[in-house]
Design a protein around this ligand. Sequence first.
Ligand code: PLP
Length: 391
Amino acid sequence: MLKTIAGFDRIGEENAFAVLARATELTGQGRDIINLGIGQPDFKTPAHIVEAAIKALQDGHHGYTPATGIAPLREAVSADLLKRHGTETDPGQVLIVPGGKVTMYMAILMFGEAGTEILYPDPGFPIYRSMIEFTGARPVPVPIREENDFAFSAEETLSLITDKTRLLILNSPANPTGGVTPRSEIEKLVSGLEKHPNVAVLSDEIYSQMTYDGMEHVSLLQFPSLRDRLILLDGWSKTYAMTGWRIGFSLWPEQLIDKARKLAVNAWSCVNAPTQYAALAALEGPQDAVIDMVAQFDARRSVIVNGLNAIDGITCRTPRGAFYAYPNIQETGWKAKELASALLEDVGVATIGGPDFGILGEGYVRLSYANSTENIKIALDRVKDYVETNS
Ligand code: PLP
């Protein structure tokens, strides 16, 4: 019997991948499945980005690159952060990583160990808790409440900090709720964090370019008091429809960038070269495709929210960011995971049950509206019919 470390008794998963596998299997059996489960844009990567990768291959970029990423890409990331958040950053503190997820993996590995605590949003991206558990740190959920429009509460977050807290994970716009934390609340949080200088902050801003109704995305990068302890997670997956390319970026405090670089050298050496050139083209090229995608998500958002609110027993707040609707299904009498599973098996609509995002997820289901309006409408008809007949 092989004996591996205890972390594997605690590590979790991202159930969206299991739902994707099942949905693909059912499609393979000839079933008509509409996938509102996995969180990825249904658009293709814009053509000029694909062409940049092909050109990089043709130009002979086939070898290793620096572990931190090619210099022009790190410079382009800094320029992009300046343009979007108005903050100067040092390209020397940028790390190019194989997907946004890798930044959370690294940051949690860097701070988590037995005897420490890490705060993370609940409901939230499932990998936060999974990785915290893996390290042996105590996962401390920060409740993200419907009555607070799924924004972080500064007061509640700060009240959970103890002398064991090493890392606070924030995520806005948020998965799975679509909640966006307003500037006033972020300012309160940042000013409270000034009393806790030993707590690092991981700000997951992977949906930073997806906000609606004039709602502002406030980057934690804008707060000088956090700069020497902020790890910023962002990337190309959602913004440029590049989930399968596996590339993201992070910005590390001066004190941590070399540790992050060493982890990169130990684990993956560098992100594949053509993908880095594609990411460069994404940042330096025209941004019309991003604007167009966000406009389409916005239009679909109204369709899905109105459709969900028209179902007996379901209420859905209007999400202000990302591309997820997170309806409350408590009045239907269904358990969330059972409903998600029944919708997939019985009427061919893939969704994710709220408990896959945390303890506070019971009573909610996540539906991604990164699908065509036509498919969303068909899915909503199926869900309405099924829920109203079976509640
Ligand atoms: N952070 C959040 C909140 C996400 O929802 C996701 C993807 O679903 C990621 C990070 C990871 O993105 P990537 O595909 O770039 O690893």
